[in-house]
Design a protein around this ligand. Structure first.
Ligand code: CP
Length: 309
């Protein structure tokens, strides 16, 4: 059992496989077709210091579908953060109020800092340009649902420098034998220390700036948004804004089984005319956040899932 989930290194491959198998069993409950009050009496604290739609709402949905409950920090403007309360003190409060907490914070390392301050499990809901491990669980679930395995050709595109989703996902996929292609402009390339770490672990990595020539061999294309909010300077953002875009026509020669993923929100990376192609997986991917987080919460509370492992 894991105490906190800060990076994917907190989970073994065996635990990841069990979570993905259990997530499958929880699909009817995640869809509301079955009521499964496995977490009745449990309370989750949603502590979001940065905007979120999917992570915050899917954790809330996961808890409530399982009969648990949720308290939210709410808008920062109406919290005591505006009075200067520190992250440490704020997390000490939720440690007393809740049984588990999700933290999203703009500062890399904030989730580990919170975990050190709290006795309850802390789940990293995204720490700056660091990690986003619960997103990785739903990403792995989506890939496995489509392809039945994870040792695939996966192309990651866009903001690989500041993109916490691709940092966590690349580590996990490398452990499961995927071939990874990183496509970004030089200013947004995957950090060298991450590439070195992956290569030391035996991963097969290709680095390129060209998206179109890498489409045909891909089993998964993982697009990401160029994150304006992470740039220290607006001019630097403008130089790369809109650099990678895919529309329906670009997908003419891709593998029939290729899935196009995106952690969302998208800006202009994927044209809406892709949405009704068989390749578009991003809305299912977002839904899978519920089922993956349900499986994780059951694991944290050591609750047996009917038919699960
Ligand atoms: N994918 C993701 O983290 O989305 P949100 O920022 O809306 O939570």
């Amino acid at each position: 059992m894991v105490a906190d989930l800060i990076t994917m290194d907190d989970l073994t491959n065996e635990q990841i496989n069990t979570l993905l198998n259990n997530a499958e069993k929880l699909l009817p409950a995640a869809k509301g077709d079955e009521y499964l009050p496995l977490l009745e009496g449990k309370l989750l604290g949603n502590m979001f210091f940065e905007p979120s739609t999917r992570t915050r709402m899917s954790f809330e949905t996961a808890m409530k579908r399982l009969g648990g409950n949720v308290v939210n920090l709410g808008a920062l403007a109406s919290s005591s953060v505006t009075k200067g309360e520190t992250l440490f003190d704020t997390m000490k409060m939720v440690d007393g109020y809740c049984d588990v907490a999700v933290l999203r914070h703009p500062r890399q390392g904030a989730a580990q800092y919170a975990a050190d301050a709290c006795a309850i499990p802390i789940l990293n809901g995204g720490d700056g340009a660091g990690h986003h491990p619960t997103q990785t669980l739903l990403d792995l679930f989506t890939i496995r649902q489509a392809h039945g395995r994870l040792d695939l050709n996966v192309v990651m595109v866009g903001d690989l420098r500041y993109g916490r989703t691709v940092h966590s996902l690349s580590h996990a996929l490398a452990r499961f034998g995927a071939n990874l292609t990183f496509i970004a402009p030089p200013t947004l390339s995957m950090p060298e220390e991450i590439i070195q770490d992956l290569e030391e672990g035996g991963a097969n990595i290709t680095v390129s700036e060209d998206l179109i020539s890498n489409l045909q061999t891909a089993d998964v294309i993982y697009m990401t948004r160029i994150q304006k909010e992470r740039f220290p300077d607006e001019d630097e953002y403008q130089k790369v804004a809109g650099i990678y875009k895919l529309a329906r026509n670009d997908l003419r020669d891709v593998k029939e089984s290729m899935i196009l993923m995106h952690p969302l929100p998208r800006v202009d990376e994927i044209h809406p005319n892709v949405d009704d192609t068989p390749h578009a997986a991003y809305f299912d991917q977002a839904f899978n956040g519920v089922v993956a987080r349900m499986a994780l919460l059951c694991h944290l509370f050591d609750v047996a899932i009917p038919g699960g492992e």
